[in-house]
Design a protein around this ligand. Sequence first.
Ligand code: ADP
Ligand code: MG
Length: 257
Amino acid sequence: MAPVVQIKDIHKIYESGEVPVHAVRGVSLDVQRGEFIALMGASGSGKSTLMNLLGCLDRPTRGTLLLDGVDISQLDRNELADLRNQKLGFVFQGFNLLARTTALENVELPMLYGRHRRVSMDVVRQRALHCLEIVGLANRADHFPNQLSGGQQQRVAIARALVNEPQVLLADEPTGNLDSKTSVEVMGVFQRLNDQGITIIMVTHELDIAHYCKRNLILRDGLVVRDEVVQNRSIAEVEMQKLREAEAAAKLIAAKQ
Ligand code: ADP
Ligand code: MG
């Protein structure tokens, strides 16, 4: 099958400041369906720029990007927005949930525009609830973001990213604001989704988090300098079990003292 994302020699030059910034300097990459990629690299290496290009949130200065076989340079703004809506889901470091809106309504939002405009509200609600179930939060549907923990908010954001049934999930430092245990939980959600066939590309600067992915790419100065398959990758469920055992042991020790 054709790669779900195919980029050939893409560059991004920001021309806004006094000196142009060449943030991505010729990256070529095939992403096959079912891949789970961590994009790593020092601050300023171009990770977010490359993610924005992959997410069709920005266009390359030169080079080509095919999303599910479609050359995005041939699309106008609206067509690009539609394609993005249909094919991609986004998860951000800061969750980006609407504060005065329940978890369920937050998840419904992406369905209220784009190609689902004509879907009935019942269907919208059912689909959003189903996505909350997938991330284990159906029982929090009517909670507001400030009534949820950071990990729960990020799971709501993942449910929101899933609601249009995307082929690719793009996440820029999704565990950046989470403690280590909650990060493992979120990686567990990603691994389950990936096992079900969703392609995931995420930015992280944490090596242990990248180890939950199947493939690691390292960027330096706008170029991919390493591209490797993860050997013996971490499995979130196993790590969670270890954490629970360690916690139980710590409690036993504390009780004996
Ligand atoms: P990373 O996410 O790896 O930290 P970025 O992609 O954010 O890196 O940035 C890569 C380079 O591009 C940096 O030098 C940064 O200052 C520059 N840059 C990022 N966004 C813009 C922008 N909108 N305008 C000008 N320069 C930018
Ligand atoms: Mg960044």
